[in-house]
Design a protein around this ligand. Structure first.
Ligand SMILES: *Cc1c(COP(=O)(O)O)cnc(C)c1O
Length: 366
């Protein structure tokens, strides 16, 4: 009972899942005095992460956004270059391209998987195209066969944005092990978190060396700097949390899968159409995302009244102020009907069931 009578316990769309292990590692980093961008936990977290993805190099940085920027800088994306990105994604993707004074070219999505559509990419490739950023949206792996073929045929770089797809695989290989470079975000609502933080992965030694310099003011020795770099370092405190999260990742993924199964069991697939997973893939849903047979705005309000934070999916890039353009067919459609259900790994099965029951009681004409 709240002060004003019974209150519903609010159910958030996602939140961090932190245990005594994270606390213990964090205090260890704190007590060591290594609280900035150097320390044992950074090395340990990078090593464990590289091993988990199956790549040679993993480099921590300050956010998923800085990871994207580092990837583009390492590949020497520059003014007037064109980078093909999905229209339905988080704004950090086109923004990182803009930081390089390059042009993000928004591509429409596949209406079934919600991922960047290889056919649409093909129609937008020009002499200025240098790279594709493939975002595995809400955890759904992109069709890597198609994207690798496009990369090869047109001599493009491929960057994977795995901020939402940690744990997902394509043909048995983790997302992040395919592109020239892959990036991850550890924001508080992601599958594993460091509060704020990111990671850049690659198998290419030269790229890894460039990323290492770029994230740390391009220090060559002492106060000598061989180029223009950034301060995009992750702190040892954050890496301590990250290492603990990574040790617990199997359990976190299991919970994501369990949540998704519960929703599957309750929701009428005629009312709520799921994101279709790509062939040959294992899809860990970072968010349980569906396309409703009704405007998502109405549904989100209905759930909010009942103490549940459902969320509309991303607003397409081409409908954002800095990138306004003629509209895209499928990304707009998903954007106006797409819903993310509460998907946090800290939610109990009973809470997920309650959300699913409430949702199945929704009538679009009421
Ligand atoms: C979360 C996210 C990012 C960036 O995240 P920050 O860590 O907040 O900078 C980038 N791309 C996608 C697809 C994301 O979901």
């Amino acid at each position: 009972m709240g002060r004003n009578g019974p209150t519903l316990q609010k159910i958030p769309v996602a939140g961090p899942n932190l245990s005594s292990l994270e606390r213990r590692f964090l205090l260890k980093a704190f007590d060591s005095g290594w609280i900035s961008g150097r320390g044992q936990f950074i090395e340990k977290f990078e090593k464990a992460f590289a091993q988990y993805i199956g790549v040679k190099y993993a480099l921590t940085c300050s956010s998923g956004t800085s990871a994207l920027h580092l990837a583009l800088l390492a590949l020497e994306v520059k003014q007037r270059d064109e980078v093909l990105v999905p229209d339905l994604t988080y704004i950090a993707v086109p923004n990182a391209v803009s930081y390089c004074n390059a042009l993000p070219i928004m591509c429409d999505i596949d209406p079934a998987t919600w991922n960047i559509d290889p056919k649409d990419i093909r129609s937008r490739i020009s002499r200025e195209s240098v790279a594709i950023i493939a975002v595995h949206l809400y955890g759904n792996p992109c069709d890597m066969n198609e994207l690798m073929a496009l990369k090869k045929k047109h001599g493009l770089y491929l960057i994977e944005d795995c901020s939402e797809s940690l744990g997902s695989t394509y043909k048995g290989k983790p997302t992040g092990a395919f592109g020239d470079v892959a990036v991850f975000s550890f924001f508080a609502n992601k599958t594993i978190t460091t509060g704020e933080g990111g990671m850049v992965c690659t198998n290419n030694r030269k790229l890894a060396e460039r990323i290492d310099k770029l994230r740390n003011q391009w220090v060559s020795s002492g106060y000598n700097h061989g180029g223009i770099g950034y301060n995009y370092r992750m702190t040892n405190l954050q890496a301590a949390i990250g290492l603990a999260q990574l040790e617990r990742i199997d359990g976190l993924i299991k919970t994501k899968m369990r949540n998704s199964k519960i929703y599957d069991g309750y929701l009428d697939s005629k009312m709520f159409e799921k994101q279709q997973s790509t062939e040959h893939s294992f899809f860990v849903p970072w968010m349980y995302a569906v396309k409703g047979r009704f405007p998502s705005e109405k549904f989100v309000k209905y759930m909010a009244k009942r103490g549940v934070e459902a969320k509309q999916v991303f607003t397409p890039v081409t409908r954002q102020n800095p990138y306004l353009e003629k509209t895209r067919k499928y990304s707009n459609k998903i954007s106006s009907t797409g819903i993310c259900f509460p998907s946090g790994t800290n939610l109990k099965p009973s809470q997920i069931r309650k959300v699913a029951q409430l949702a199945s009681g929704f009538r679009s004409n009421s």
